[in-house]
Write a new protein. Sequence first.
Length: 400
Amino acid sequence: MKLKANEVFIPGAFPKYTYISRQSSEFDISYEFRLNQSLNTVGFLTSIVGPSKTGKTVLCEKVIGIDKMKDFSGSDFKESEDFWVTIAKRVGLPLESDQTEQRTIQGQGIAGTREGVASSITEKYHSNKDKVIQYFLENDWVLVLDDFHYASPNMQMEIAYQLKDAIRKYFKTVVISLPHRSDDAIRKNSDLSGRLNLINIEPWNTKELREIAVTGFGKLGLNINSTLANNMAQESLSSPQLMQSICLNLSLLLDIDNKDNPKLDSSMLKKAYEMTSLNLLSYREVARKLKNGPNPRGQKRKTYTINSGNQVDIYELLLKALSVDPPKVSLFIDEMKRRMDALVSDTDKPDRLKIKTTIGQVQSIMQTSEPMYQVFEYKDDEVYILEPLFLFYLRWGRLD
Ligand SMILES: Nc1ncnc2c1ncn2[C@@H]1O[C@H](COP(=O)(O)OP(=O)(O)O)[C@@H](O)[C@H]1O
Ligand SMILES: [Mg+2]
């Protein structure tokens, strides 16, 4: 039976037919092998760190198996409830009454106040914890703590403390977090030092991204030429999720499920990119907010004439400079300056200082907004795109 495009290209879940295995550049082994090795090291905690949507969850699903993996988010754990009780409830393991749980958590408290716990409460506590551990061992389950950075700092300390003891009892745990976010509770925890396996997931390169397209279209009976596959990989901006979306939309445009030898050309690619941006409309508001810049407080901003003939202020110019060809997820300030110079048709072009100040101002808008708005950061004279989907939207989506 011929596979359908939406079985092959899966941008939001486990891609059974287009799963690509990657090697870490630090060691010459695949991430799957590394995770497997780590899970088989009794007494060690596994910590996976990598940028958003680079395949951390999918890697766990591949290695552990969806049925064996018990997936929690950092935000599932609250200081008002014992860590083990939260887990037990979700996996359907009956425990003591709620009242006991309350006493347990009060007695246990958060990290730092753990000394001096009354022994009867400790007993009860241990039995909850041991029950959960036992249940996981019997079922051969692995606890996966996704988005660890969403737990409060106190809760992170408490979780690290609980896990430290549990892993000695053969309890298998993977903690997943983003780089730059504080996962110090795990990575810098002296109690865990020497008992931690660190796996750093690196950004995807174009060769790896291209494999998704080549493999997937191969499964659908279409041989995709390498120029087009390269172009798609470049537009995917290091995001396997974008690549999956682009391929899916392209398949729909080609009507690949119903046609035998659909013809693919570069104009169709453009259309697929635009179609993909329709699923990213939430970035429209982000773009709008950053484009407006800080409150001008009644002052009129200087404008620049750009090649299209339009007048734009420095904030709009900044976004334009980020979005022009070639698509890149990191840009030095000199390159930003070159891009702006090429965009502006007046002789009066913004200087480096002005560009830096503008980036600084946009950065403070992002930092005082919701996490969704934190789409790039500026460090050591370089702009780093944190959210490839945002840059993709800037390039292909409607902005007004
Ligand atoms: N190894 C892979 N091969 C192919 N596609 C992948 C792979 N890893 C991730 N993807 C694609 O990217 C999407 C996001 O991956 P996910 O694991 O949810 O990222 P993260 O957990 O790092 O945020 C997946 O749903 C899938 O479409
Ligand atoms: Mg994830």
